[in-house]
Design a protein. Structure first.
Length: 131
């Protein structure tokens, strides 16, 4: 499967990447993550099966890649950093992301993959009575 977004899509949203090859690979990884979420929620992907997904997939794909690329290597997972001088000390607060690729609730909602669903089961009919 081809990636849901291109390096050109990424560049339009976040500027020219320094390593286009890495962005290409990450866009493919992000696309796989989005497709897995789609298949878990809806089933096999069919274009037009979920218009919200089709509209939002390129933007969310780029967002996931930007999250990974925005985490500095030495500070991966940091959500807050403070540094002082003199009698002050530095402190770092780490979150759960650690520079990993993940889909949050707002991402799933934007893709049309959040909320409750209603399912139904159809009982099987048998010609014979089992005793």
């Amino acid at each position: 499967m081809e990636a849901l977004a291109s390096v050109k899509d990424y560049s339009a949203r976040y500027g020219e990447p320094s390593d286009a090859g890495r962005v290409t690979t990450l866009l493919k990884d992000a696309s796989d993550l989005l497709m897995a979420a789609y298949e878990e929620r809806i089933g096999a992907y069919e274009p037009g099966g979920c218009p919200a997904f089709d509209r939002a997939a390129p933007a969310v794909c780029c967002l996931l890649v930007n999250r990974v690329l925005s985490a500095p290597a030495a500070m991966a997972g940091a959500t807050q950093y403070s540094q002082g001088a003199g009698g002050y000390t530095a402190s770092v607060t780490y979150g759960s992301a650690l520079g990993e690729m993940y889909l949050g609730k707002s991402d799933l909602k934007r893709l049309g993959l959040a909320g409750q669903t209603l399912g139904a089961l159809t009982p099987l009919e048998r010609d014979e009575v089992v005793e």
